[in-house]
Each structure stands twice: as structure tokens, then as C-alpha cells.
Design a protein around this ligand. Structure first.
Ligand SMILES: *[C@@H]1O[C@H](CO)[C@@H](O)[C@H](O)[C@H]1NC(C)=O
Ligand SMILES: *[C@@H]1O[C@H](CO)[C@@H](O)[C@H](O)[C@H]1NC(C)=O
Ligand SMILES: *[C@@H]1O[C@H](CO)[C@@H](O)[C@H](O)[C@H]1NC(C)=O
Ligand SMILES: *[C@@H]1O[C@H](CO)[C@@H](O)[C@H](O)[C@H]1NC(C)=O
Length: 462
């Protein structure tokens, strides 16, 4: 799932301290046999964004382990390729921010900038200056797996305040996709419930350029890795599995090869926000994954505010005038118009598509972005309001950080729907904020004992 690319915008979360449940009579929720407005009528799925990123360094065995023991319904890895074409789990194109590569002078000569166009993500610039860091490298195409394995992953702490605990930094190495799959199999067997997986292929077009003479080798390699590790292309699968992709062509190719359900992600690909865009997606995907802000604020406001070069099936790239692109009425009309934010989920459901939103941050995470524009975004204090807003829309999957908190909020929402109180009033008051974080930290300690520096410096992975 994308994130860091628009990190300055994406940090919507909040500190909810001592929020108190409203008396039952004041609730707008009604008893109703149809409790949830999700496509299947069941509780929406909480997806552990890069594992449990609020506590553990993202995309590490510890991060997914913690996500599973927090009862996330799915855990997510992003997948990129190394120079020697091994699928590894990592989000970014650069490895300067998220690893200790700065302490490895032997790699300093690999330092370089990169700019490329990504169909789903828009134009991606990686420069030495990005986020103020001085060292950026490309994970794939520049590093072999053996080289990557000499590095250690650390947290990215963005914003004015550090919220992520540094004491898990430099415990874990960058895991391969195979290690991720093994870890999930091992841990789910131990805990006794089947957490699903939802891998995302990052930047298919970029990867394709690594071997132009082998069309779709990235997708094929990815699927073969799944098939060789317990997830046959046409099932049955040991636990739920979805695949995510921003790139429509790549997603369509995958859909032609496997019956694993697909999420068509949306960010720069603004056609996915239109009526005809959804019609198209319903032909090959089982879910659409818009960036959450598009379901809150008016589409044009978000498009203009973000300033990314938006595209409709790759058709608007030649213009540099983002405002013009965002408000090109003829183009938008051709696609049936933008769906109003609050009607989006209903329109997707009409077409048999689930909706997966991203990313819902921990309430501990400060937002250094105001909510001035686009109007209607959720502020730092609002995690409960934010999740409840999306539950109310009928969202089917939510990519979350601090999964324990998200799972508790989902329970609170369901309690309000049913009129039952499975959480005590005390829970309502204190779960969000200190207690949830303390609990997660205690669980993180357990993971650390299992894998980390707690074992006399022995490292779980090499
Ligand atoms: C229950 O909720 C659903 C979904 O919001 C709605 O369509 C239906 O009319 C409601 N039924 C009753 C009896 O209120
Ligand atoms: C990378 O980009 C930055 C910012 O544009 C520039 O200052 C720097 O010289 C570039 N570095 C390389 C190695 O090209
Ligand atoms: C999974 O368990 C097997 C068998 O105990 C072990 O060999 C393997 O290293 C484990 N892998 C991970 C990633 O947990
Ligand atoms: C999208 O457009 C850009 C710029 O015109 C082009 O370089 C790229 O190859 C196109 N991508 C696809 C998938 O058509």
C-alpha cells in the first residue's frame, strides 16, 4: 500500500484520550437485522498495514507476527524485486529511510536519483534530498538479496514527534516473500486462527523495465512464488488471500492467470473514481481500493490539493497543469462523472465490488498536516470518528495501523449496532489511547523475545 510518497499528506490519525461512549438514546445507530453495510453483511476486515507498523518496523517478520496476534483479519506485504530477481517485502523504491544503509559505506557508490512514471502512483521522484535524508538507493535493480540481507530495518518516524518505538530498530532484516508466507503459516498455526494475506505488487511497470524481453515476468514470478508456497493459482487456499495492485494492466493480467481475488487500488488513476471506471474494474477485480480521502471530500478538491498528475487510463499525462487535468469536464464526462464521496461504496457494491480503504493510522500518530483543505478530512483526535464514518459508509476492508485499537473500535461500533455491550464503559473510556498502546507494546515485547535482541543478540533472520 502506498503511503510514504504522500507522507506529508497521509498522516491522518489522532489521539483519542478518554473518549466516552454516548448514552444509547443519543446514538444514531438503529437496531437492524442488516448490521453492517458491507457487501457480505459481515463486519469489515481490519488489514494490518505492512504488519503492525505503529509498533514494529514495517515489513518485518516481527511486524506481521504482531499484526496476527492483535487479531488483524489480514496482514499486508508489499512486494518488490531485488537485482537478482528475488521477490522481497518492502514498500519504497529507496532504502535510505527505512534501513541502516547509511552505516554501510560499502554501498555509498550506489547512491543515485530516480524519476519514473507509475500508472497508479503518478510520477515518482526519488532524490537524495527526499525527506531530508542524505542516502537513497534503489532496493531492486541495485541490490542483490545477499547485499540487502546485510542491512537492518528501522522505523520511519515522520512528523514532529516520534511515535514509533526505536527499540525494535535494527533487529530485523528485509524479508523475502517466501519468508513472509512461511511466517504467516507458522504463526497462524500457533495462534489457531487463520489470518489472511493481501500482498501488493509494487510498481509493475518499473519492474517490467528490468527485463523488457520477458513480458509480465514480475507477475509470473509473484504468482509462481505463491503457488510454490501453499497458494495455488486457483485454490483451495490455506487461508484467505487477496492481491492488490495500482496498475490496471498488471491487475488485468493477474486476473487472467489466477482466481485469487484482486483489489484494484486507486490513487493517481482517477478513472477509478468514476461510474464507468467502476464498471471496468468490476470486470476483473473483486474490490476497489480508493485512497480514503476520496470518500470524504469532493473529488476535485482532493485532486487539486494533492497536485499529483492524475490520469484516466494513462490519458492525461502530457499536461503539466494539474488543475486543468483534475477539472477536465469532457474527460470526466466521458467516464460518466465522478461518484460523490458518500455514494462511492454503494456504487461499488452495486457492481459486486468490495471497497478497501487506506490508511487508517494509530491515534497516537500526530498529524502535522492541518485539515484546512480539502475540507472534511479527519484530524488527529478523530480516529474513532474516522473509523465510524467509514464503517457507516459500508467499507469492506480497512488498512490499519494499531490493529488492536482498530479491532476494539470495530467492536464498539458493532455493540452500538446490536445494542449489546461486550466492551465495558471503562473500555470505552480508556481503550483508545494509553491502554491500547500499552497492550500492544506488551505484545510487541513478546515478539521481541521470540525473535529479537532479547535472545542474547541472536537474530531471527540473518
Ligand atoms: C436495515 O439497514 C439496511 C441498510 O442500511 C436498510 O436498507 C434497511 O432498510 C434497514 N431495515 C430496517 C428494518 O430498518
Ligand atoms: C539528486 O537530486 C538532487 C536534488 O535534485 C541533486 O541535488 C543531486 O545532485 C542529485 N544527485 C545525483 C547523484 O544525481
Ligand atoms: C517456519 O517454521 C519452520 C518449521 O519450524 C522453520 O523451519 C522456518 O524457519 C519458520 N519460518 C519462519 C519465517 O517463521
Ligand atoms: C503512459 O504514458 C506515458 C507518457 O505518455 C508513457 O511513457 C507510458 O508508457 C504509458 N504507459 C502505459 C502503460 O501506457
Amino acid at each position: 500500500m502506498r503511503g510514504q510518497f504522500f507522507a506529508t499528506f497521509g498522516l491522518i490519525g489522532g489521539t483519542i484520550v478518554g473518549a466516552i461512549a454516548a448514552p444509547q438514546s443519543e446514538l444514531k445507530f438503529k437496531h437492524n437485522n442488516t448490521l453492517w453495510k458491507t457487501l457480505d453483511g459481515k463486519a469489515p476486515k481490519i488489514v494490518g498495514h505492512r504488519g503492525e507498523k505503529a509498533i514494529m518496523p514495517e515489513h518485518t517478520l516481527g511486524s506481521w507476527h504482531l499484526g496476527i496476534i492483535e487479531h488483524a483479519d489480514f496482514v499486508e506485504p508489499d512486494v518488490v524485486l531485488t537485482k537478482d530477481f528475488i521477490p522481497v517485502c518492502y514498500h519504497d523504491l529507496s532504502i535510505g529511510v527505512n534501513t541502516d544503509v547509511a552505516d554501510h559505506p560499502e554501498f555509498a557508490h550506489l547512491k543515485r536519483n530516480l524519476t519514473f512514471y507509475d500508472v497508479g502512483d503518478g510520477i515518482v521522484h526519488i532524490t537524495n534530498d527526499w525527506l531530508g535524508e542524505s542516502l537513497f538507493f534503489l532496493v531492486f535493480s541495485d541490490f542483490s538479496l545477499a547485499e540487502l540481507k546485510t542491512l537492518r530495518v528501522k522505523h520511519v518516524n515522520v512528523g514532529p514527534k516520534s511515535i514509533r518505538l526505536p527499540y525494535f530498530d535494527q533487529v530485523f532484516s528485509i524479508p523475502t516473500l517466501v519468508e513472509f508466507l512461511e511466517l504467516v503459516a507458522n504463526v497462524t498455526e500457533k495462534v489457531g486462527y487463520p489470518t489472511g494475506i493481501i500482498p501488493e505488487l509494487k510498481h509493475p511497470k518499473y519492474h517490467q523495465d528490468m527485463a523488457p524481453d520477458r513480458p509480465h515476468f514480475f507477475e509470473d514470478l509473484f504468482l509462481a512464488t505463491l503457488a510454490n508456497n501453499g497458494y495455488p493459482l486457483h485454490g483451495p487456499w490455506p487461508r484467505s488471500i487477496w492481491i492488490q495492485n495500482f496498475d490496471k494492466k498488471s491487475a488485468q493480467y493477474l486476473a487472467s492467470k489466477t482466481s485469487i481475488p484482486l483489489v484494484q487500488l486507486q490513487y493517481a488513476n482517477a478513472d477509478a473514481l468514476t461510474y464507468h471506471g467502476l464498471d471496468e474494474i468490476a470486470k476483473y477485480a473483486k474490490a476497489v481500493g480508493p485512497w480514503k480521502q476520496f470518500l470524504v471530500s469532493q473529488t476535485l478538491d482532493v485532486l487539486k490539493y494533492e497536485g499529483v498528475v492524475y490520469n484516466f487510463d494513462n490519458r492525461t499525462l502530457n499536461s503539466n497543469d494539474v488543475t486543468k487535468i483534475a477539472s477536465n469536464p469532457e474527460l470526466v464526462k466521458e467516464y460518466g462523472g465522478f461518484i460523490p464521496p458518500r455514494e462511492y461504496v454503494r456504487e461499488a457494491h452495486k457492481r459486486g465490488l468490495q471497497v478497501a480503504g487506506y490508511t487508517y493510522y494509530t491515534s497516537n500518530q500526530p498529524s502535522y498536516r492541518g485539515c484546512e483543505t480539502p475540507k472534511g478530512c479527519f484530524t488527529t483526535e478523530d480516529r474513532r470518528d474516522e473509523l465510524f464514518y467509514f464503517f457507516e459508509l459500508g467499507m469492506d476492508q480497512l488498512f490499519c495501523e494499531n490493529n488492536a485499537e482498530a479491532v476494539t473500535l470495530r467492536q464498539e461500533y458493532q455493540d452500538r449496532l446490536t445494542g449489546k455491550h461486550t466492551l465495558s464503559v471503562v473500555d470505552y473510556k480508556v481503550t483508545f489511547g494509553k491502554r491500547a498502546v500499552a497492550e500492544v507494546e506488551a505484545r510487541a515485547e513478546r515478539v521481541r523475545e521470540l525473535y529479537g535482541a532479547g535472545l542474547g543478540g541472536r537474530r531471527f533472520d540473518h
